[in-house]
Design a protein around this ligand. Structure first.
Ligand code: C2E
Ligand code: MG
Ligand code: MG
Ligand code: MG
Length: 285
């Protein structure tokens, strides 16, 4: 039975289809109560400039601590939330929480929020974003929305209008997990992204022998530059990977080598530290 998988795990890949459906049902029911009970929180992972190592922003990542199962990965519960019609509510909560948190950090440190394709398809997204910014008192240019190709699969005039409205507010738009979807290049042609996040699957093997990752990363960086977009290398963990993405010219780095996702207090301290350092540098000159 699923329970036999023990605390902290949802036995998601149960061989039995019926069992699988039951576990999913359970996650769904538990999630419905999770918001009211305050079981969600947001973690903030540092994003730094590749050359200087200075903190430029953080990515907001939702966390769920289940009362009996412990931490449940967003990779598991976000897809369930999307199918169960709960993602709009969870996503709005994350957006509002992240904006309020980011308003405490010194400028120009920004916050990036993941937006599900389902939220993106909803025509109220721009007004929701405007409301979250106004309530938090966060300038629009310090918010970035991360969208995946999934949000653009059925790119319509509506999607394009939503992006234009969001950009009109001053919000930045990043294309997340680049390279893992179907036909990324066609989106680059039509959508004015500010940033491309190179998926961690390209970084992972890049420094090992026998793969083509480095030339692919290099090509993405060059393409982005020609299109006036910056790049973030996701999932940088080792010194070798850091040296490689530096040499290939990625603008920004996000990965365990510079920090795991932090609780709000630690993120606040980190942002203040980095701001103090920046002031120090200016004084030295
Ligand atoms: P993502 O948006 O691509 O976020 C980056 C993921 O990579 C995060 O996993 C982060 O903890 C992980 N990561 C960062 N650096 C490293 C590294 O050096 N090594 C390794 N192994 N992993 C690294 P996380 O927090 O588990 O989130 C997984 C995915 O869940 C996210 O991928 C995103 O697609 C989704 N997600 C998380 N929070 C939200 C949210 O608030 N809304 C929506 N719609 N999706 C979310
Ligand atoms: Mg992301
Ligand atoms: Mg990503
Ligand atoms: Mg991802």
């Amino acid at each position: 039975a699923a329970k036999a998988a023990g605390k902290g795990t949802y036995r998601f890949f149960a061989p039995d289809m019926h069992e699988q459906a039951r576990v999913r049902q359970q996650i769904e029911e538990d999630m419905q109560r999770a918001l009211e009970r305050g079981e969600f929180h947001v973690a903030y992972q540092p994003v730094v400039h590749t050359v200087s190592g200075a903190l430029t922003g953080v990515e907001a990542l939702v966390r769920w601590t289940h009362p009996t199962r412990g931490a449940v990965s967003p990779a598991i519960f976000i897809p369930v939330a999307e199918e169960a019609g709960l993602i709009a509510e969870i996503g709005e909560w994350v957006l509002r929480t992240a904006c309020m948190e980011a308003a405490k950090w010194p400028a120009p440190i920004s916050v990036a929020v993941n937006i599900s394709p389902i939220q993106f398809a909803h025509q109220a997204l721009p007004s929701l974003v405007a409301s979250a910014l106004a309530y938090a008192g966060l300038p629009a240019d310090r918010l970035e929305l991360e969208i995946t190709e999934g949000a653009l699969l059925n790119e319509t005039a509506k999607t394009r209008a939503a992006i234009d409205t969001l950009k009109g507010l001053g919000v930045k738009i990043a294309l997340d997990d680049f390279g893992t979807g179907y036909s990324s290049l066609s989106y680059l042609k039509s959508i004015p992204f500010d940033k491309i996040k190179i998926d961690q699957s390209f970084i992972k093997g890049a420094t090992l022998p026998g793969n083509n990752n480095a030339p692919i990363i290099k090509a993405i960086v060059g393409l982005a530059a020609d299109l006036g977009m910056i790049t973030t290398a996701e999932g940088v963990e080792t010194d070798d990977q850091l040296a490689l993405v530096r040499s290939l010219g990625c603008t920004l780095i996000q990965g365990y080598i510079y920090g795991r996702p932090l609780d709000p207090q630690s993120a606040l301290e980190r942002s203040r530290q980095s701001s103090a350092q920046a002031v120090g540098h200016r004084r030295e000159r």
